[in-house]
Design a protein around this ligand. Sequence first.
Ligand code: PNS
Length: 172
Amino acid sequence: MKKQVIAIYPGSFDPPTNGHLDLIERGAKIFDVLIVALLRNSEKQPLFSIKERLSMLRDTTKKWSNVRVDSFEGLLVDYAIRSGAKVVLRGIRAISDYEYELQMALMNRKLDARLETIFMMPAETYSYLSSRLVREISSLGGSIGALVPEVVERELMNKLRASSPKARTRQK
Ligand code: PNS
């Protein structure tokens, strides 16, 4: 029987963007199972809670039957091996991503040589897109409709309304 190739697509997804979804769709086409894995123990102070991000990821990936959404703590390599994955999938948008990604891929290889990192490029329309910019634009009242799925846009608006009544007026 042919062995399934399981890949992990790890990240912070704060929030998930159209660029993430583009990569998930590409990954789902070439791997038997793709696990979208949300890091739990980030040092950063996230905008969205783990529960909120898991919910947005589940909602936006339910159309792909071989995509699973999960969260993990600790080392990515340990989680990947525990999940039966052989591949870590990462996106490279521009050459500026490469240095950080190369360092991480080589360190993960040092930690566990059974894992391979595979890089894919999202559509070029998303090459400038990042969760950080989405958070910033949204917090300043800019339009993010083309950058994130509808559910994420809604959640961002809710956050904005909750945090600043002034911003609520601007968004109207
Ligand atoms: O979307 P991000 O924030 O760039 O994702 C970074 C992530 C989650 C892939 C990375 O921080 C990670 O794998 N963290 C888990 C801890 C770990 O394994 N650190 C060593 C990496 S070489």
